[in-house]
Design a protein around this ligand. Sequence first.
Ligand SMILES: NC(=O)c1ccc[n+]([C@@H]2O[C@H](COP(=O)([O-])OP(=O)(O)OC[C@H]3O[C@@H](n4cnc5c(N)ncnc54)[C@H](OP(=O)(O)O)[C@@H]3O)[C@@H](O)[C@H]2O)c1
Length: 269
Amino acid sequence: MHTRQYDLILWGASGFTGRLVAEYLTSASLSDPLNWAVAGRNREKLQRMLNELGHPQIPIIIADGFNKDSLLAMTAQTRVLCTTVGPYTQYGSLLVEACVASKTHYCDLSGEAGWMRQMIDRYHQAAADAKIKIVHSCGFDSIPSDMGVYFLQKEIHKQYGVYATHIKTLVKAAKGGLSGGTFASMIAQINQAKADRSFARLIANPYTLNPDPTFKGPDRPDLQGLYFDPVAKSWIAPFVMAGINTRIVRRSHALQGFPYGEAFTVRKP
Ligand SMILES: NC(=O)c1ccc[n+]([C@@H]2O[C@H](COP(=O)([O-])OP(=O)(O)OC[C@H]3O[C@@H](n4cnc5c(N)ncnc54)[C@H](OP(=O)(O)O)[C@@H]3O)[C@@H](O)[C@H]2O)c1
């Protein structure tokens, strides 16, 4: 993998979120400068975006979500593939397959629990055997929740010698709104749940992303209505992405071997 042409390829760079990632990568003062490229299905759009960012020289790779050969040719050139092409249920599966086949690390912004469950079932073991990482939900969902719990538990353990058995995440205020792609991904999930009851049951399971989704723990489905929170001393309402964030926290915990104990909860009954 060290002999690959690029450290990172950003696929979907012409979209709303992809452009934000490209903007960050062109402005980030990284200690080790990245050798990276943008990718997508439309060269003109990608070139326009790079021109607007003032970095027209960044290489462009053409790969379409429905063309397996183009995906394989892309993933074979890089150590890490970052994708902002969604809905993932629609465009994501062939790319994960290509990353596993070409032994390329992968990260995405997916909030689609049902699709992630499918990817875990199909590719987790193959990815582990190939010594590559497939990391879903690397955006606002679910990094603050996932890494927040991780760093908080580390600090609690440092200070008190034990881990917390319950961590609650509340979002007080956030700037911005839902992007077009996020809206499309939510609609795709709702439609699938309406059409298929087993899918609806799967995404309702709080432990659906655990390595073993039949795991029985004390966590309950996410908040459904208004509730007066005695800790925050405030009324709280369901957060639109809580369903994915809590499942990602549970998955990370399970993958680490349940260091906080099997009774650890992120959604107290
Ligand atoms: N986790 C989070 O915090 C978070 C935050 C924001 C978004 N998201 C997720 O990120 C995803 C993208 O959202 P967005 O708002 O950035 O979407 P978007 O603006 O619609 O961008 C979608 C991108 O996918 C590309 N694309 C579509 N079909 C393709 C195909 N067949 N082959 C190759 N590329 C294709 C588009 O290319 P063209 O430009 O050529 O059309 C575009 O670059 C969504 O699934 C969304 O739910 C997650």
